[in-house]
Design a protein around this ligand. Structure first.
Ligand code: IPM
Ligand code: MG
Length: 377
């Protein structure tokens, strides 16, 4: 095991991407030493960095690198003020991120949302609503629905009227495979956590949408294969409300693509900062190996980019998820999560999670947080 080499494509991208990626790589290097592993990490440009370096948001060389890697560690892409300078289809969100998701058929996006006790102050909810702690997993379908459905067009009627069309479409098999991911995740969580509930809450809009009716039927069918996991259905508007009223009721939230995009940002707000939410985007397992793209749930944060104040934790936890899901390195994964936790327990805080009223907290920058986590490993 120790002699095995894991090939990682590290695509830092734009905005705070390079700063937080640097810290994640630092942590991976420390883990490599501690566990006698070998990570072959190759960095390549993506997003506007790709456009500037090679004229494409996903340069051919970057895509080629991803194809020969075991996993992709991704930063973030996009720069709204540069968008008007190029056609929509060439912009980083579509040409790099959505393209990678589709290219590698990364249909399952997992976003763990955990509020640690030490950070309870950054949760915008009252203490009572935080109950015994917020700890759930958003499982978002990532390659179907409104993002990719055809037709997807924009027409000009020439009389001052235009028409834009997006199509929300799901097939049985697309719903089945993401439902399996959610039920399996609920089973796994049940094994690992004391407070976990063994429950999947499936989100849809079955009262209005045809694809919602199908979603509900298919998820119900798949659920019968998982007798240890309870299944409930919830309409998406109600789910948006329940997340702020009683987030402790959730264990695994199963969502289609657009609903998952929206609800996962709302979920991140619950734990105070997008800088704390990692994500894994996974394809189908082949011979016990899963190819994945791992990225923070947050974006490029142009307002703080280059200032070395960004929180690197979401990027570091994304690297940890890579060790867990793509490399099956359970101990190494666990040790990163524990190190992050210990750095926080010790009072290390980037600005987004800093509370001046807490006498034990120390406000530090991006690099110092990376160093603190490495030191805690
Ligand atoms: C996310 C992001 C992306 C999405 C954008 C950047 C295209 O918001 O990963 O949640 O909508 O999926
Ligand atoms: Mg989003």
């Amino acid at each position: 095991m120790g002699s095995q080499t894991f090939n990682i494509a590290a695509l830092a991208g734009d905005g705070i991407g390079p700063e937080v990626m640097r810290e994640a790589i630092k942590v991976l290097r420390a883990v490599e030493k501690k566990f006698s592993l070998r990570f072959d990490i190759t960095e390549a440009p993506v997003g506007w960095a790709g456009i500037d370096a090679a004229g494409q948001a996903l340069p051919d060389a970057t895509l080629a690198l991803c194809k020969k890697s075991d996993a992709i560690l991704f930063g973030s892409v996009g720069s709204p003020e540069r968008d008007p300078t190029i056609p929509k289809a060439e912009r980083p969100e579509r040409a790099a991120l959505m393209r990678l998701r589709k290219e590698f058929e990364l249909f399952a996006n997992l976003r763990p949302v955990i509020l640690w006790n030490e950070l309870a102050h950054i949760c915008p909810l009252t203490k009572e609503r935080q109950g015994d702690g917020i700890d759930f997993l958003v499982v978002r379908e990532l390659t179907g629905g409104m993002y990719f459905g055809q037709p997807k067009t924009s027409e000009d009627f020439g009389d001052g009227q235009r028409r834009a069309i997006d199509t929300m479409v799901y097939t049985t098999s697309e719903i089945e495979r993401i439902a399996h991911v959610a039920f399996r995740a609920a089973e796994e969580r049940l094994k690992s956590g004391v407070r976990r509930k063994g429950k999947v809450t499936s989100i849809d809009k079955a009262n209005v949408l045809e694809n919602g009716v199908l979603w509900r039927e298919v998820v119900t069918n798949i659920g019968t294969q998982y007798p240890n996991v309870a299944l409930e259905h919830m309409l998406v508007d109600n789910a948006a409300m329940q997340l702020v009223l009683k987030p402790t009721q959730f264990d695994v939230l199963l969502c289609e693509n657009l609903f998952g995009d929206i609800l996962s940002d709302e979920a991140a707000a619950l734990i105070g900062s997008l800088g704390m939410v990692p994500s894994a985007s996974l394809g189908a397992a082949k011979e016990n190996r899963v190819f994945g793209l791992y990225e923070p749930a947050g974006g490029t944060a142009p307002d703080i980019a280059g200032k070395s104040v960004a929180n690197p934790i979401a990027q570091i936890l994304s690297a940890a998820l890579m060790l867990l899901y793509s490399f099956n390195l359970y101990d190494a994964h666990h040790s990163i999560v524990e190190a992050v936790r210990n750095a926080i327990v010790a009072g290390q805080r980037t600005g987004d999670i800093f509370n001046p009223a807490d006498p034990t907290a120390r406000k530090i920058g991006t690099r110092e947080m990376g160093d603190a986590i490495v030191a805690a490993l």
